[in-house]
Design a protein around this ligand. Structure first.
Ligand code: 4GT
Length: 265
């Protein structure tokens, strides 16, 4: 899969190619990450890419001609690619969107600066708009790199055999269970016994339960929109009955503390 970023700061993209799993994937030819400098498509000795907004007001707008020329050039090199504009007004990015983008025949990522890009480029040259969250940044480059990172690791072979994208957080709307490595006891906290048992069925069962409970505690919204399997319903019912027991005992503690007796059954 090829990613091309259109930006006035191509050096920001180069850093992404140079490290870790993405560097390995580029070296193996599984992905390619290129930057195109929009300024190279700007006219005149000063290669100006921005201009004052019609109607007045503060800030500058990215001029349409250099951007349109850069997009046409990128499209010429990547005929099957989708053209994505990173903007706070776009569709919210999520793991499902990453899986969807991973199926495309390449991505051309258009990054704005200043107040953004001329509206006529948005309407005539962009296939889709993506936002990485409800906050405003100084440019679309970080969002483009976020999208590249999330999509690239889903391309077959990029993560390598040892780790798998289907066990990630958000797979089947669940967060991942906790991870442990040596030492067995760290500052008084031991690794759960089952993980040392060597019983792979029990370990898998513990991980599924840890995943479900962690999702309930940290992100109940993820479970709200998801069907639960009978086994998962059973796990949550067990937790509910444990919680109810604790609450029942609390009322005993209250009655006891009034009579001076601290014991509860
Ligand atoms: C936030 C996001 C984004 C910006 C986001 C126009 C000039 C937009 C700066 C740009 N801020 N781009 N894609 N939440 N800022 O995805």
């Amino acid at each position: 899969m090829k990613f091309t970023v259109l930006t006035i700061f191509p050096e920001l993209v180069a850093a992404m190619r140079a490290h870790g799993i993405l560097r390995r994937a580029v070296q193996r030819g599984q992905i390619d990450i290129c930057a195109i400098d929009i300024r190279e498509f700007a006219a005149g000795r000063h290669r100006v890419t921005d201009d004052r907004p019609y109607g007045g007001g503060c800030g500058m707008v990215m001029k349409p001609e250099p951007l349109a020329a850069a997009i046409r050039f990128a499209r010429g090199r990547m005929p099957g690619a989708s053209v994505v504009h990173l903007t706070p007004q776009g569709r919210p990015f999520c793991q499902a969107a990453a899986w969807d983008l991973a199926l495309r025949g390449g991505l051309i990522l258009v990054c704005g600066r200043y107040e953004g890009i001329d509206e006529r480029v948005c309407s005539d040259f962009i296939d889709e708009e993506i936002s990485i969250g409800d906050y405003v940044l100084t440019g679309g480059e970080l969002p483009a790199l976020v999208v590249i990172d999330a999509v690239a690791r889903l391309i077959p072979g990029v993560l390598g055999g040892e780790s798998s994208a289907v066990k990630d957080s958000f797979h089947e709307s669940l967060l991942e269970h906790g991870h442990y490595t040596r030492p067995r006891v760290f500052e008084g906290h031991a690794v759960p016994d089952v993980l040392l048992s060597g019983n792979h069925r029990e370990i898998e069962k513990w991980r599924r339960e840890a995943s479900l409970v962690r999702t309930f505690l940290k992100r109940p919204d993820l479970l709200m929109h998801r069907a639960l399997s009978p086994a998962e319903v059973e796990i949550l019912q067990k937790w509910r009955s444990d919680i109810e027991k604790i609450i029942r005992n609390q009322s005993l503690h209250c009655a006891d503390s009034l009579s001076g007796d601290q014991q509860a059954g």
